[in-house]
Design a protein around this ligand. Structure first.
Ligand code: ADP
Length: 358
């Protein structure tokens, strides 16, 4: 008899340990209340959400120990209605978290019905949703601006300006500029969405960085000449090859050089240097341009971010170039940073891994 009791006790204790281990491992917060709304149990994820210890609140009424009105009402409703309920609630302390709470009535075996709640932290999900909504709103706005202008000029031309030899070419030129801008915007958006959805394939191979820079410098030479700025490429002949996708590496340089020229002053200089280090080559694209204010600097890699300067000086751009650069550099296992002295110039550094088989 004594042995059987002993075995039973051991079995119960084992089950209890298993149950606690399972509840402790859950990412969701779990809170159990008895029929009078007293806390029976709070798992570690729940402890973290509420910033309290299970042991210190056990036995206390939920309202007294945790003082969360919407949750309290949810528990009340569940206990009275005897039906499972799901609601979204916001916790403000110890940190602001958005929770999806699923509460169900449970019979703990004592003839009384308590409530069991699973608290699912959906803060990150909501944040991502709001980033996406903001992105759609921004993209629509950016697309609408040039279209509104094109529509306006087309209407003016149709209403008679077409016959006005003084203005018709000028209006058509504006339409052409705005159409070019729209094309660039759509190309950048398509690029960014393909990169972010990981729909593009990278063909990593040993690449001569010097060759890529020289190629891109040729492409931007007309821009540099028009400003005018001097392009100064300083990549030594014996620079080891890097592990890169040739085309994407070109796109990184294209965006950085384009900015370094666009935001430069007439007579300025753009210097590209590449220095090999431990497993990486560090590239610097330095300009002698208008620079970036300290408060804007952390934001330049954000999608659609353009400083006041680029808006007010009507410098063409989409605000997507650096967001694309950041994604591409990170896909190469590198990182990109920006430094600037307003009025004197900026320097963008990025790293790119060395190819293994040189
Ligand atoms: P954009 O198409 O406008 O060039 P980017 O994403 O490439 O978009 O750059 C975002 C913004 O960061 C630019 O509009 C500009 O305000 C600022 N910026 C980027 N590069 C430079 C630079 N070399 N010098 C000064 N400002 C820069």
């Amino acid at each position: 008899m004594a042995r059987r009791v002993e075995e039973k006790v051991q079995e119960l204790s084992r089950e209890q340990t298993q149950l606690t281990a399972i509840l402790s491992a859950l990412i969701e917060g779990v809170i159990a209340l008895d029929h009078q709304g007293r806390v029976l149990f709070l798992n570690p994820a729940g402890e973290a959400l509420f910033g309290v210890q299970n042991a210190s609140i056990r036995g206390g009424s939920f309202w007294e120990v945790l003082r969360h009105s919407p949750l309290n009402q949810l528990f009340d409703k569940t206990l009275r209605g005897q039906k499972p309920l799901t609601e979204e609630v916001v916790l403000f302390t110890p940190a602001e978290r958005i929770l999806s709470v699923h509460v169900l009535p449970v019979n703990y075996g004592d003839g009384q019905t308590g409530a069991l709640a699973a608290l699912h932290d959906i803060t990150e999900l909501r944040k991502l949703e709001s980033i996406r909504q903001e992105f759609v709103a921004n993209a629509s706005h950016e697309l609408k601006t040039p279209l509104t202008s094109i529509k306006g000029y087309v209407e003016t031309l149709l209403e008679g300006a077409l016959e006005d030899p003084k203005h018709n070419r000028e209006f058509l030129k504006t339409i052409q500029l705005q159409t070019d801008h729209l094309m660039r915007l759509i190309e950048d958006l398509l690029d960014l969405s393909a990169i972010e959805a990981r729909r593009i394939r990278y063909h990593f191979e040993p690449v001569s960085l010097k060759e890529v820079v020289e190629q891109i410098a040729q492409n931007v030479a007309p821009l540099a000449k028009a400003k005018p700025v001097t392009l100064d490429l300083r990549c030594s002949e014996d620079l080891p090859r890097v592990r890169a996708d040739r085309e994407k590496l070109g796109q990184i340089f294209m965006n950085l050089l384009d900015n370094a020229i666009k935001f430069n002053k007439p007579g300025g200089r753009v210097t590209v240097t590449a220095s090999p280090g431990q497993g990486f080559v560090t590239v610097a694209v330095q300009d002698t341009g208008v620079g970036i204010l300290p408060q804007d600097l952390p934001r330049v890699f954000e999608r659609f971010f353009r400083t006041e300067k680029s808006h007010s000086h009507d410098i063409p751009g989409t605000g997507l170039g650096l967001a694309i650069v950041k994604h591409l550099v990170e896909a190469h296992q590198g990182s990109v940073t920006a430094e600037s002295v307003p009025g004197q110039g900026s320097v963008f550094h990025f790293t790119i891994p060395l190819a293994i088989d040189q």
